[in-house]
Structures are given as structure tokens and as C-alpha cells.
Ligand binder design. Structure first.
Ligand SMILES: *Cc1c(COP(=O)(O)O)cnc(C)c1O
Length: 389
């Protein structure tokens, strides 16, 4: 492994050279079944032919035009994306390149909305303990996990954390005089696949609406169809003010998006925000394929069925090492009695790629295009590992 990289990742001993569908191949020709999709990124699998075609065709035209101009492909992508998010009230979008950048944009909008309507000092953004919102200084400030806060202070002011699920704490924290926004993951991903309870999200939406606090859903991991609806918050029947997307949105090409509803759609004025690569034509061309694919009839009901297959097989083992199975659709967390990382290492050796989340949770985020046979094959490998470990 090349040691020119900074030491930021706990790297596993494998170097991939190609992929196809739910499979990756290393330099020695060994095949690996991919239950990670690059952490919810490669939602249509590797080398998905329509995606390859769209990216190649766009690359043959232009890869980039600066945001002083527009491109046909970015316009088409933005329109389709806003339409996909219309069920939760979204009206406009800002395109960027990553999840952290999308959350930064959402925080800026919430703060400016509050400043314009209520004046200074009403700038606090409340988020949850166990949340993950990104790695920049401000998105770390919004991330409710101590372990990310070591070594990098001082942090951005005006962020506060509350325990998920506690309605009284939510009510108390959302003080209308000082809070501009509430930032939530409908299903917390990084900390272990923890879905928020529907009454909690309903209460959050109610408090936010009554107090004119912007309700912001970070759908960077759980969005783009992964849970069976285009947005995970859609299933809760609430309207949002801001939604952030990234990871799976362009099927593997870097992208990020902040979507805004009625209140927030026109908060940014010219020069308030920007991004050199934002709306990048390659990402937009890829994103169009993702949107067309996941919105095709029956695609998401098939995805839900595949998720149920995972759960059914896992449950049928009645395995003494499995404590709990959580999640929705193809966002699955399996709590085990032993540490997750050694299982992940053994799975890799056996040709199965899985993720961990927290210390004791195995996390599966497979491509939506995975087949039943591949699900069964991967889970059989996993069972062998759990039996022996
Ligand atoms: C991955 C993730 C982010 C950060 O996205 P990056 O593209 O790595 O900046 C933010 N929020 C959630 C919920 C995520 O899963």
C-alpha cells in the first residue's frame, strides 16, 4: 500500500482494480462481493452500463463550465432532483460536491433566514448526539460525537446537541428566541443505523413549524431511495425546510445538494454562496441516470423486497451472536455481541465487503442492483464467519 497518503483511514489490505455490478476485483483477480457500495455511494453498482454511457458521452462534450454560465445537463438534473424532493416540500436546489459542503450550505441558509427575520443572536443549530454531519470544522461542530471533537478546536459557535428520542429535551432545546435550525438524520448512519421514532420526528416537525425554526434533514446516507422512499423523511409524512444529499446521488461521481422548501428557497442572494465544481456536468449526467433509475416503476418496491430478504435470512439463523437488526430498505445495521471490526476483516479475506458502524454494529449498504442470489451468497459467507468467530 502506497505510504504517500496521509494517515487518515484505517485501511484494509486490498487494492481494487475493477468492478462490475455488486463485485470488485483486486490485482490478483480475486473477486469481492460488495455490501458497502462505497458507503452508500455506488447505488447502481460498479460499471453500470447506462451510467458509464452517460458519463462518457458527457466527457466527450465538456467536463465543466463555470457557474457564470449554465449547462443543459445541470439544468435537467436540478429540475429532476427538485421534482423528486417535492413530496416533502422542496422547491429549489444548490449543487455542490460533498456531504459536508451540503450541510455547510444548509447551516448558512438557516442562519441567514433567522437573521433576516429575527435579527442577530438567533443562530443556534440543534443536532443530535450520535449524529454525523461531516469533517469540516463547522460540520464537525454539528456532529454530536465527542470522538470527532478531539484536537481540532476551536469549533464554530452556536451548535448544541440533544439526546435522540427525548421529547422533553427537544422541546426545551428548541427555544424560539435563540434557535435557527434543527438538523437531523432520519436514520443515523455512521453511529450504528439508528432510525428516529416517528413520534419524535412528528414532534420535531411540529415544534419547528410553530417556532419558525428550520427543519433540516441530513439525508446524505439515507436518501436517494436507499430506505425505499426517495427521501427517508418522506416515510414519516412530514414536510422539511432543508434537505441535504450527497453520497449516492450521482452513483459514484462526487456531488452534493442542498434542497430548500418555501421558507428557505430564496434566502441566498447572488454572491452569498458558491462552489467552483458545483453543478459539475459529469456529476449531473451521472445524477440524471440515478434519478431516472430509482424513479422507474417498481424499482424502489424491489429494493424494499431485497431489504426484507436480508432481514428474513438474518433472522432465520437465530444466531446467538446477533443482538438486533435495525434499519430500513437497503440500509441495514446488525448489532453483534463481539466487536465488528474483526468480522469485517475476516469477511474481506473471505471475499465479502461489509462496513462497521460504531464498535459492535455490522453495516450493510449494498448497491440497489444487487441480486437475490448475491444477497444469499454474501450472507452465507457472513454466517460462516459469525459461526467461527
Ligand atoms: C457521509 C456523511 C456526511 C459527510 O459527507 P462527505 O461527502 O463525506 O462530506 C454527512 N452526513 C451524513 C449523514 C453522512 O453519512
Amino acid at each position: 500500500m502506497a505510504d504517500v497518503f496521509m494517515n487518515t483511514y484505517h485501511r484494509l489490505p486490498v487494492t481494487f482494480v475493477s468492478g462490475e455490478g455488486a463485485w470488485l476485483r483486486d490485482g490478483a483477480g480475486k473477486k469481492y462481493l460488495d455490501f458497502t457500495a462505497g458507503i452508500a455511494v455506488n447505488c447502481l453498482g460498479h460499471a453500470y452500463p447506462p451510467l458509464v454511457k452517460a458519463i462518457s458521452e458527457q466527457a466527450a462534450k465538456f467536463n465543466h463550465v463555470c457557474n457564470y454560465y449554465q449547462s443543459d445537463v445541470a439544468e435537467a438534473f436540478a429540475e429532476k432532483l427538485v421534482a423528486a424532493c417535492a413530496p416533502v416540500g422542496m422547491r429549489k436546489v444548490f449543487l455542490g460536491n460533498s456531504g459536508a459542503e451540503a450541510n455547510e450550505g444548509a447551516c448558512k441558509i438557516a442562519r441567514k433566514y433567522s437573521l433576516k427575520n429575527y435579527g442577530p443572536r438567533r443562530h443556534t443549530i440543534v443536532s443530535l448526539k450520535g449524529s454525523f454531519h461531516g469533517r469540516t470544522i463547522t460540520t464537525l461542530s454539528a456532529t454530536g460525537q465527542e470522538r470527532f471533537h478531539r484536537d481540532f478546536g476551536p469549533f464554530t459557535e452556536g451548535f448544541r446537541f440533544i439526546p435522540p428520542g427525548d421529547l422533553e429535551a427537544l422541546d426545551r432545546a428548541l427555544a424560539p428566541a435563540s434557535v435557527a435550525g434543527l438538523l437531523l438524520e432520519a436514520i443515523q448512519g455512521e453511529s450504528g443505523i439508528f432510525p428516529l421514532a416517528p413520534p419524535y420526528i412528528a414532534a420535531a416537525a411540529k415544534f419547528c413549524a410553530e417556532r419558525d425554526i428550520l427543519l433540516m434533514f441530513d439525508e446524505i446516507q439515507c436518501g436517494v431511495g436507499r430506505t425505499g422512499t426517495f427521501l427517508a423523511c418522506e416515510a414519516y409524512g412530514v414536510k422539511a425546510d432543508l434537505i441535504t444529499l450527497a453520497k449516492g446521488l450521482s452513483g459514484g461521481v462526487p456531488v452534493g445538494a442542498v434542497l430548500a422548501g418555501e421558507k428557505a428557497a430564496d434566502v441566498f442572494a447572488v454572491s452569498d454562496h458558491g462552489s467552483t465544481f458545483g453543478g459539475n456536468p459529469l456529476a449531473a449526467a451521472a445524477g440524471l441516470v440515478v434519478l431516472e433509475t430509482v424513479q422507474a416503476p417498481h424499482f424502489l418496491s424491489e429494493l424494499v423486497r431485497k431489504g426484507e430478504r436480508f432481514r428474513k435470512v438474518l433472522t432465520s439463523w437465530q444466531h446467538p451472536k446477533i443482538r438486533e437488526i435495525r434499519g430500513q430498505g437497503l440500509m441495514i445495521g446488525v448489532d453483534i455481541t463481539t466487536e465488528a471490526w474483526p468480522v469485517l476483516e475476516r469477511a474481506l479475506a473471505a471475499g465479502l465487503l461489509i462496513l462497521s458502524a460504531g464498535t459492535h454494529t455490522l453495516r450493510f449498504l449494498p448497491p440497489y442492483t444487487i441480486t437475490d442470489a448475491e444477497i444469499d451468497q454474501g450472507l452465507a459467507l457472513l454466517k460462516g464467519i459469525l459461526d467461527k468467530s
